[in-house]
Design a protein around this ligand. Structure first.
Ligand SMILES: Cc1ncc(COP(=O)(O)O)c(C=O)c1O
Length: 559
């Protein structure tokens, strides 16, 4: 008996909502020679304490022990003949006031099932309610056990059906018990281990001989239970995040990706009118940004407790929204408040970037017409820790894309909209050429900007940049143009051809995200001597100074 005292049993607790394949799992464990099983030993206590009505209430109360102390001490943890005792529990039976030993002793795991599957089958026995489901208790059991320092294993009934062996092997491994092949099959029909409620609840499980589901597709969802589904799903999803991924169950073809800045794994974003954790920060499938990229946006940077050029970015945001005829736009003050609150909640006061989006909002039905937008705009404030995205010390390479920049004939670049496919196609060309970004030309072949930044060149001491007919009138572009003048350099805004860039003395790009980025090579031609030039460095320094000195302070931030 491997170090175990005679009669001492190792207890395995299974916690679940009803209709979650918990009885199948009990049958599965009952197949093991080394395990005895108990069907809901806390049922009588639950009926006695809650007064809940059941057709078999009196029978349960007369046949089962209902004193919680006795149940825990003598039934669940009482002596036994076998090495293991599997206790099937319903989460709602975990009532306040049960002896502490129940959670402290033994090994616990949680079996979850999608409420989409639970609810239709539940309805056949008793009217389902949030209380009867017990999903809130299941979450609190997870959190209690985690607090006790033993976060329980979580398995999903759908995985048991899809890959019974892989899931059971994973569960046994986590419970540190050997896997037994016998767990995969059992005889059909009622069993002596069944609780007295079996005739009401176990009709379908009595027909089963294993976990594999016979039906390939689910039944239509009974929409009378829609409200309950809405309440239950978030709790299921919360637990689902803790499901053990066995190798057999790793269905995703892709491994979990690395996040460029790991600190961004935990961040809070503003969506609509609330602040949400990263994984929950989502827009509706009815949102205009999903339906048509129908949204405007800004990228802002936070330096040392201040938001750089906040008012200028908001001016462009509201102008873009007006040009696109958005209705029910939030006020400037509301947008500012959302930005401040989100930054403060994240404790992001420096070295951060905000992706601010304002969509035309949710539609009442899918379709193109803004007439369907009756909910008002959706505001998204997505802040991230973001160190410089380009190599601003050594410079980057650019290539020229074949994709032309939108002309005002098609979609005016002065509107800072989310229809970014034009730029994304150019960026793909840049990626394919292993370049930092791609230069985009206008319809006549003159340089407009890169897929993500505005562009400048220096030739014989003069600073040139394309006029903003085909490019976004960038805020960094405007700031740098001011600095050029302040630095007593000659500035010219005009059409510039590609060969002028190829033969320039210096080239740099500008954008909020990347600031001033030196360009040392374009289409294989070295720019100047292939090193970062003196004018670029001078302006980089002037820009840095400006970001340190100016900006709108984040309220409540103290140095
Ligand atoms: C296509 C394009 N050009 C230029 C820029 C740079 O603009 P800004 O300096 O306002 O960040 C951006 C940034 O949003 C952009 O998307």
């Amino acid at each position: 008996m491997g170090g175990q005292k005679q009669g001492e049993v190792e207890v395995i607790h299974s916690w679940s909502a009803p209709r979650s394949l918990s009885t199948s799992l009990m049958y599965s464990f009952a197949q093991r020679d080394d395990t005895e099983v108990l069907d809901e030993p806390l049922y009588a206590t639950f009926l006695k304490v809650t007064g809940v009505e059941r057709p078999y209430r009196e029978e349960v109360l007369s046949k089962m022990e209902s004193d919680a102390n006795k149940v825990v001490k003598e039934v669940i943890f009482g002596p036994g003949e076998k090495k293991y005792r599997f206790c099937k529990h319903m989460a709602k039976q975990h009532l306040p006031g049960l002896p502490n030993d129940l959670m402290k002793k033994g090994k616990h795991f949680i079996l979850i099932r999608n409420p989409l599957d639970i609810l239709p089958s539940f309805e056949k026995v008793v009217p389902p309610s949030f209380l009867e489901l017990g999903l809130a208790e299941l979450v609190s059991i997870y959190s209690d056990l985690s607090q006790l320092g033993k976060p329980p294993v979580v398995i999903d009934a759908a995985d048991l059906q899809q890959d019974p062996e892989g899931t059971l092997r994973g569960l046994c491994e986590d419970l540190e018990i050997p896997f037994d092949d016998a767990m995969l099959r059992w005889e059909a029909g009622p069993k002596p281990i069944d609780g007295v409620w079996a005739p009401w609840w176990y009709k379908s499980v009595h027909q089963s001989t294993g976990f594999n589901q016979t039906r390939k597709y689910p039944q239509p969802f009974p929409f009378s239970l829609y409200d309950l589904l809405e309440k239950s799903l978030p709790l299921y999803n919360m637990l689902r995040r803790h499901v053990r991924k066995t190798t057999a169950l790793l269905k995703s073809p892709l491994p979990p990706p690395d996040i460029p800045v790991p600190a961004n794994e935990k961040l809070l974003a503003w969506v609509g009118d609330e602040i949400l954790p990263r994984e929950s920060a989502k827009v509706s499938v009815f949102d205009s940004v999903v339906q048509g990229g129908d949204s405007v946006w800004e990228g802002l940077r936070v330096y040392n407790g201040k938001i750089f050029k906040l008012e200028e970015h908001l001016d462009r945001l509201f102008d873009s929204a007006k040009a696109l005829a958005f209705k029910n736009v939030p006020t400037r003050e509301e947008v500012k408040e959302a930005i401040f609150r989100t930054l403060i909640r994240n404790g992001m006061f420096d070295n951060a970037h905000i992706r601010l989006s304002l969509t035309r909002g949710k539609k009442v039905t899918s379709g193109m017409s803004p007439a369907f937008n009756l909910y008002g705009c959706t505001l998204i404030v997505l802040p991230e820790w973001k160190p410089p995205v380009y190599d601003n010390t050594h410079g980057i390479n650019l290539v020229t894309a074949t994709t032309r920049r939108n002309s005002p004939n098609n979609l005016d670049s002065k509107i800072h909209h989310n229809n970014l496919l034009n730029n994304i196609l150019a960026k793909i060309e840049g990626n394919n050429a292993d370049a930092g970004d791609a230069i985009m030309l206008d319809k006549d072949g003159y340089v407009s900007e890169t897929n993500a930044t505005n562009i400048f060149l220096v030739k014989k001491g003069r600073v040139l940049t394309p006029h903003a007919d085909y490019c976004l009138p960038g805020i960094t572009r405007a700031t740098v143009m001011d600095l050029v003048v302040k630095e007593d350099l000659v500035l010219e805004e005009r059409r510039i051809s590609l060969s002028e860039f190829h033969t320039a003395d210096e080239v740099w790009t500008t954008g909020t995200m990347g600031e001033l980025t030196p360009v040392v090579k374009i289409d294989g031609r070295e720019i100047g001597d292939g090193k970062v030039g003196p004018v670029t460095q001078r302006l980089q320094n002037a820009y840095k100074k400006l970001t340190e000195e100016s900006g709108v302070p984040i309220p409540s931030y103290q140095h």
